[in-house]
Design a protein around this ligand. Structure first.
Ligand SMILES: *Cc1c(COP(=O)(O)O)cnc(C)c1O
Length: 397
């Protein structure tokens, strides 16, 4: 903190923190956050260098450990999530890997939702098992099923809510009780809601994972990630792993995402309002079999979603009566939506999960996961909802 940064008063609201938290001005007094592109930091003398290396005095040493722009991003996101500490990482997957390798050891067990990001399934099922960390996947949201999957060696319970692509909502408070009763931590991947819509720590979660690549940047520019939680949980584990192993967030990406956080709430609010409008229109369309959107009363966990998240979010999935052919027709007739598997952008993206994101699993596994050939996932952006409706209508009518 320098003289040109006034301390913030206590009790500021999240949208104020999104704009103001983490500001640590240099002696130049710049208004916008500075970008510190430097790999190392200089010391006034050999004594101070030795003190910093030993961790006896605070301050930056090397950007694999800490960097002022990365620290600004960490401070701001921690304030928004109500977390004591944030460790920024190079990507969302680097966040999940750093959490697991920093906090678990061979012989430990994970209980995870089956409805999670594909690469996370792969990380747990294929890679962590090579190091003696086993995962049991749970197929539904019933806390009894999660309780039954717990073992004495279970250290981590892991979920995403709402899930991708069917927007299944998991009860964070109930699953935190299951995790804690078994002596495990609950980690929530808060990628789809962000702290603007859902604050998992307040509901009992111990750890939050972010792919900052999605809504936190929100404009499809850079990769980034974060692990959040208490200092007691993260400092000697995830942070020490990161500074040794190096899956560190670059200062440039931190700067881009830091500025993305300032507009997060207005973006995700507008995208949620647009998504609800599109979802209502789809639900009334005769060619549509079913719509999955947490903000619709027809959603199986609508009440839970209303309690747990401030708005429905920007992901809408819908199933067409005409199967794969009808789904591809709708996708191929769009002129506004981008055909891409990414999400969390201001530009609306449209995806056919059965032949892309979930194309490599068997037809039976897809059926078990509820991913039919007629399913389309829409990640609603900031275009006028009426234009998105017209775009979908081209192939639907
Ligand atoms: C994209 C995504 C990830 C992985 O993030 P990357 O930044 O691509 O590594 C993890 N979880 C969810 C829910 C995601 O959508």
């Amino acid at each position: 903190m320098t003289e040109s940064s006034k301390p913030l008063p206590a009790g500021l609201r999240p949208e104020t923190l999104a704009v103001r938290a983490g500001t640590d001005r240099s002696h130049h007094g710049e208004h916008a956050e500075a970008l510190f592109l430097t790999s190392s930091f200089v010391f006034p003398d050999a004594f101070e260098a030795a003190e910093r290396f030993q961790g006896r005095t605070p301050g930056n040493v090397y950007s694999r450990f800490t960097n002022p722009t990365v620290s600004a991003f960490e401070t701001r996101l921690a304030a928004m999530e109500g977390a004591e500490m944030c460790v920024a990482t190079a990507s969302g997957m680097a966040a999940i890997l750093s959490m697991c390798l920093g906090m678990l050891k061979s012989g430990d067990h994970i209980v995870s939702s089956q409805s999670i990001f594909g690469s996370t399934v792969n990380l747990f099922a294929k890679w962590l098992t090579r190091y003696g960390i086993e995962t049991t996947f749970v197929a539904d949201g019933d806390p009894a099923a999660w309780r039954a999957a717990m073992r004495p060696s279970t250290k981590l319970v892991y979920l995403e809510t709402p899930s991708n692509p069917l927007t299944e909502v998991f009860d964070i408070a109930a699953l935190a009780r299951v995790a804690h009763a078994g002596g495990a931590w609950l980690a929530v991947d808060n990628c789809f809601c962000t702290p603007a819509l859902q604050r998992p720590l307040e509901l009992g979660a111990d750890l939050i994972i972010h792919s900052a690549t999605k809504y936190l940047d929100g404009q499809g520019r850079v990769l980034g990630g974060a692990v959040l939680g208490s200092k007691a949980l993260l400092q000697d584990t995830v942070y020490q792993f990161l500074r040794t192993a190096g899956p560190t967030l670059s200062a440039f990406n931190a700067w881009v995402i830091l500025k993305g956080l300032e507009t997060l709430k207005v973006r995700i609010d507008a995208q949620s309002v647009g998504a609800l409008q599109v979802a209502r229109w789809l639900e009334a369309h005769p060619a549509v079999e079913r719509v999955w959107y947490p903000g619709l009363p027809s959603h199986p966990q609508h009440d839970l979603a209303t309690r747990q998240q401030r708005l429905g979010g920007a992901i809408v999935s819908f199933e067409l009566k005409g199967g794969r052919e009808a789904a591809w027709r709708v996708i191929d007739h769009t002129q506004v939506c981008s055909i891409t598997a990414n999400l969390g952008d201001t530009k609306t993206t449209i995806t056919h999960p059965a032949t892309t994101t979930h194309g490599r699993i068997s037809a039976e596994e897809r059926a078990a996961a509820g991913i039919s050939d007629g399913l389309i996932r829409l990640a609603v952006g900031l275009e006028a909802p009426e234009d998105l409706i017209d775009d979908l209508a081209r192939g639907l009518n």
